[in-house]
Design a protein around this ligand. Structure first.
Ligand SMILES: *Cc1c(COP(=O)(O)O)cnc(C)c1O
Length: 393
């Protein structure tokens, strides 16, 4: 059939360019050491930065939530699906992460992808000008497309270029969007300067802290808390499937912004609310993150990050200067990156190869993702494996 032939050709083209993606099957819970496709491996692929995904207290909270609220929410938030568990999580999240604004309020979503579509489309409608960092996450890019706003992409972290673009724009509504921690580079956005620009130009500043929430700042309150920023221009996005170890996402902002999203954001309104049990488990995760155990895990993670940076700087490839749990090693071509990942794989280490369109062409890389569940012995194994692949001259 002609239609299938067209897809076959497309797939063959991906294969020829080294862009085919393959899923691996995890046989055990997500953890630093796990079984994947039947093999015991050390995993550097997850975003489970605090090692909470398989924490017994969160599994128990999920089960308790199911006992209390059942399996499904039964409907959208505005039509019967909004449970006590969701309402409590909103309050806890606003108190935990809303220190950057007076009268903080929170709204929760079943995924970060949807929270980002919702926020960008609700704040930047047709005719608005949207200013987006070149390395922003796909969900922010897709939100901009769906919003039908005029999109201005500024070079990564280049606040001079952004300032010039803001000066040149006469749009009535302007929105700056940025990752807080860039997901494939691990570096942190110039947030203080972005807040200054947002205030000077009267724009919203939407900060996606998917990789900083739970990890950065006092008690893991995130990138805005780490930088001690406060501004009514800020809109904060956080996700619960990464450091928080569960699933879902939240938006935190001034209560009026949240009310606007609730009334207007189609990706909030026209979808079934996440199971209340998930919200119940995220509440338990916030308690872990903000407590002593979270603190201990963040300290251990900081040690792992420092050691990994030492190891990567000794390789012939380009280690991106990242202070976070995302530690990229830029190899260059798709083929070389896949070969290196395969070598590590043979030695029982799962380090994913990241290729376009996730990263720019020619910057394919290994993305080493650290978790508080790793031990320093896991890093010794990583270093030894890199040496064996001939990485060290
Ligand atoms: C993972 C991620 C998202 C999407 O969150 P999900 O909950 O996985 O849908 C959004 N933004 C960034 C920067 C991310 O890394």
């Amino acid at each position: 059939m002609l239609l299938l032939d067209t897809l076959h050709e497309g797939l063959a083209d991906l294969e020829a360019r080294g862009l085919t993606r393959r899923r691996r099957i995890a046989d055990t819970p997500c953890a630093a050491r796990m079984t994947v496709d039947g093999e015991a491996i050390v995993g550097f692929a997850s975003n489970d930065y605090l090692g909470l995904a398989a924490h017994p207290r969160l599994s128990e909270a999920l089960a308790e939530g199911a006992r209390l609220y059942g399996a499904g929410s039964g409907g959208s938030h505005l039509l019967g699906g909004h449970s006590r568990a969701h309402a409590r999580l909103e309050e806890e999240l606003a108190a935990f992460a809303g220190g950057f604004v007076d009268a903080p309020r929170a709204l929760t979503f079943s995924t970060g992808y949807m929270s980002n579509l919702a926020t960008v489309t609700a704040l930047a409608g047709r005719g608005a000008a949207l200013f987006s960092d070149a390395l922003n996450h796909a969900s922010l890019i897709d939100g901009a497309r769906l919003a039908r706003a005029d999109v201005h992409i500024y070079p990564h972290a280049d606040t001079e270029a952004l300032a010039a673009m803001l000066d040149a724009s006469d749009a009535a509504t302007k929105v700056i969007v940025t990752d807080a921690v860039f997901s494939m580079d691990g570096d942190i956005a110039p947030l203080p300067r972005l807040v200054e620009l947002a205030e000077r130009h009267g724009t919203w500043l939407v900060v996606d802290d998917a990789h900083g929430f739970g990890v950065l700042g006092p008690q893991g309150r995130g990138a805005l808390a780490q930088a001690a920023l406060r501004s009514p221009h800020l809109v904060y996005l956080c996700t619960f499937g990464k450091a928080a170890g569960v699933a879902g996402a939240g938006v935190v902002a001034h209560e009026t912004v949240i009310e606007w999203l609730l009334q207007r954001a189609r990706p909030y309104i026209f979808t079934t609310a996440a199971p209340p049990a998930v919200a119940h488990a995220v509440s338990a995760s916030l308690a872990l993150i903000s407590g002593e155990e979270g603190q201990t895990r963040r300290q251990h993670l900081a040690g792992l990050i420092a050691r990994t940076r030492e190891i990567l700087h000794e390789t012939p490839w380009r280690a991106i200067d990242s202070p976070t749990a995302v530690q990229p090693l830029v190899v260059g071509s798709n083929e070389d990156t896949l070969a290196l990942a395969a070598h590590l794989g043979e030695q029982g280490l799962w380090v994913p190869a990241i290729r376009p369109p996730t990263v720019p062409a020619g910057t394919s890389r290994l993305r080493i993702s650290l978790s508080a569940g790793h031990g320093f012995d896991d890093l010794d194994r990583l270093q030894a494996a890199l040496v064996r692949t001939g990485a060290f001259a």
